[in-house]
Write a protein that binds this ligand. Structure first.
Ligand code: PDD
Length: 277
């Protein structure tokens, strides 16, 4: 079952108009929210970011936080799996003519949920590979927009090259991953790009910073270069579907001689402990 514009219906019965601006222009925003033990994880934070995205592109939020909570929990009742990933998208709605500018429309709201397959700590211990690419995206990466053409092409490249992620850089400085945030540990300090228009402010990123604080690890929300990345003691990526993953090889160069690090292990445990709260 899925949710479309106020109704819970079967996925194969969910249809939208070809005049929907989400289809014509990628004119919409979205959220991906993990469900652990049947409970929505960090819902308030996701709803807050959704509101920020909607405000940025001048779409009125169709529901209150309370209503969102109730819709999402109703949808989850149709699923048995304890670990899910909710995909929620709001497009500007249906216009009667294809033109770039817009007037006030009724937003299209679509929500589905899929099984979330998280990796065990044992599986993560092998570490993952990434490659670097120049960041060609626009300068509003803070908006969780459904216009994802660059990210789509990067992810396809990752699939074809058999790597976990593409790490992006602007003028030698690492911004984020194609679908994740990026962190480096160097001399016991955690580095990650500051939240601004060049990255998405990840909900998992906040959680990583929260756990670093809890472990008294010093934090530098400053960008770091590709050269610094190559000499990192540890490198991780984070997202709502991947949690926190260690990267041990970038562009065929080993990070920390190909070993995952101790700090990752602690931060990973911290994340796991929050799932049951
Ligand atoms: N993407 N940066 C980008 C470009 C992303 O696409 C994502 C997540 C993140 C991490 O954000 P969060 O921790 O809130 O998931 C950072 C989701 C999972 C997606 O597009 O499917």
């Amino acid at each position: 079952m899925v949710f479309l514009n106020g109704e819970f219906i079967k996925k194969n019965q969910a249809h939208i108009s070809v005049m929907d601006r989400g289809f014509l222009f990628g004119d919409g925003v979205y959220e991906v929210i993990p469900i652990y033990n049947g409970k929505i994880f960090r819902l308030d934070e996701h709803l807050l970011r959704l509101q920020t995205s909607l405000d940025s592109i001048k779409i009125k939020n169709p529901y209150s936080p309370k209503k969102w909570d109730s819709i999402l929990n109703k949808l989850l009742k149709f699923y048995n799996n304890q670990e899910q990933s909710i995909y929620l998208q709001i497009s500007r709605g249906i216009s009667n003519k294809r033109q770039h500018s817009f007037s006030n429309l009724t937003p299209t709201v679509y929500i589905e949920s899929n099984i979330l397959l998280t990796k065990t700590k044992e599986t993560l211990r092998t570490g993952f590979s990434a490659i670097t690419q120049p960041d060609i995206r626009w300068s509003r990466c803070d908006i969780k927009s459904t216009s994802l053409l660059a990210n789509v092409m990067y992810s396809q490249q990752a699939k074809e090259k058999n790597v976990e992620e593409i790490i992006l850089y602007q003028n030698t400085q690492v911004t984020e991953g194609a679908t994740s945030n990026v962190f480096m540990i160097k001399n016991n300090t955690l580095y990650t790009h500051p939240t601004n228009v060049h990255i998405l402010s990840g909900i998992t990123r906040d959680l990583v910073l929260e756990s670093a604080k809890a472990y008294h690890i010093s934090i530098q929300e400053t960008s770091f270069s590709i050269d610094e990345l190559n000499t990192a003691d540890e490198l991780w990526i984070s997202s709502s579907t991947r949690e926190i993953m260690p990267i041990t090889k970038v562009d065929n160069k080993l990070i920390n001689n190909g070993h995952i690090g101790n700090v990752w292990s602690r931060v990973y445990d911290y994340y796991q402990s929050l799932k049951n709260v």
